[in-house]
Design a protein around this ligand. Structure first.
Ligand code: PMP
Length: 362
């Protein structure tokens, strides 16, 4: 068998090995008591009800989620919520404000346009999405139902290091690729949503955190399972939830709490990102185009000076157990996703390899 690699995939992505080992130990007989795996349990039974409730409690602790916010465990990927957000949050209004910082913003905008008038209030398209537009340049509308942005662009590698101020208009963020990587002031948001398959657990689960006064007035025709209010009233169990994904998410939340919570996890993430960016900036064989103050701590795209070496770089990386470094097909080059589960030693191994490869091929 192959040893576990350092997995730099952008999602589905690395899951902490301790979480996988725990799940493995409980796979056939949960807590040595149920006589079955979590996958085989009724979602309405006492065991799974507790698994889901514990997961919610631990997520609330990690993010210090205020009591007037609902936590939902839903499905459909973040992409489904590109539609569910306007369906739930337009609340009879006709317009929403969107910030455009890259591929995921564009997809959210395209979906919202099916339901309302979209005002793009700021965009970094003028510089090929290499920065986060400053708040002072945003042209917010007074009558928008909400303001949406993607706080970490997974493909471009742009992360907002600050929280926008939108006054009375609720702020909505797609945090899919950096949720739980740092503390967040939840009270500044009307709604936060994130697909699980980067920093939470396996694909198939979407976490939605939404202020309770904003829900309950959906667009006519909204499917019941996308109605945040109805799902909140039913503890996200109008239909069968992705039970195993919720369970693994819960184990990941425990893993994060054991490590001291998000302030501690953030410190490690800062060190990891600094190690990689400092190396990239110290030489000219590799480059990263993103404005320094807006660089993502989670997704680090980089290019080789000579793209003819890309295939060789990837092949030799794989041979050393540095896996899934190929950049997104839309931008090419490389991308190292260094989520919570990718340890500091993994970044050290990557930088060591990059140095050697540059020496041998520069
Ligand atoms: N938003 C962001 C920021 C993402 O990175 C992704 C997935 N890579 C999505 C949305 C879409 O998620 P899903 O594939 O789960 O619909």
């Amino acid at each position: 068998s192959v040893e576990r690699v350092y997995n730099f995939g952008s999602g589905p992505a690395a899951i902490p090995v301790e979480v996988l080992e725990k799940a493995k130990g409980e796979l056939t007989n949960w807590h040595n008591a149920a006589g079955m795996s979590v996958m085989e349990m009724s979602h309405r039974g006492a065991e799974f009800t507790k698994i889901a409730a514990d997961a919610e409690r631990d997520l609330r602790t990690l993010l210090a989620i205020p009591g007037n916010y609902k936590v939902l465990f839903l499905q459909g990927g973040a992409s489904m919520h590109f539609a569910a957000v306007p369906m739930n949050l337009l609340r009879g209004m006709k317009k929403a404000d969107y910030v455009n910082t890259g591929e995921w913003s564009k997809k959210a905008i395209a979906e919202a346009k099916k339901f309302c008038e979209v005002n793009v209030v700021a965009s970094s398209e003028d510089k090929n999405f290499t920065y986060a537009p400053k708040q002072s340049t945003w042209k917010l509308s007074a009558d928008a139902a909400y303001v949406h942005y993607c706080s970490n662009e997974t493909i471009g590698g742009v992360e907002f290091q600050w929280t926008p101020e939108t006054g009375k208009v609720p702020l909505v963020s797609d945090m899919s690729s950096h949720i739980l990587s740092r503390p967040v002031e939840v009270s500044k948001y009307g709604c936060i949503y994130a697909g699980a398959q980067k920093n939470i657990g396996p694909a198939g689960l979407v976490v939605v955190i939404v202020r309770e006064d904003l829900i309950g007035n959906v667009l006519p025709g909204t499917p019941t399972v996308l109605d945040y209010k109805k799902m909140a009233e039913a503890d996200s169990m109008i239909n069968t939830p992705p039970t195993f994904a919720v369970y693994l998410a819960g184990l990941t939340f425990q893993w994060l709490l054991e490590r001291g919570g998000l302030a501690a996890v953030e410190k490690v993430n800062v060190r990891k990102a600094k190690l990689l960016y400092d190396y990239i900036d110290s030489q000219d064989f590799y480059s990263n185009p993103i404005a320094k103050e807006d660089r993502s701590r989670m997704n680090v795209p980089f290019r080789l000076r000579d793209e003819k070496l890309d295939a060789k770089f990837l092949e030799q990386a794989e041979a050393r157990g540095l896996s899934q470094l190929k950049g997104h097909r839309s931008v090419g080059g490389m991308r190292a996703s260094i989520y919570n589960a990718l340890p500091y030693e993994g970044v050290e191994a990557l930088v060591g390899y990059m140095q050697e490869f540059a020496r041998a091929n520069g």
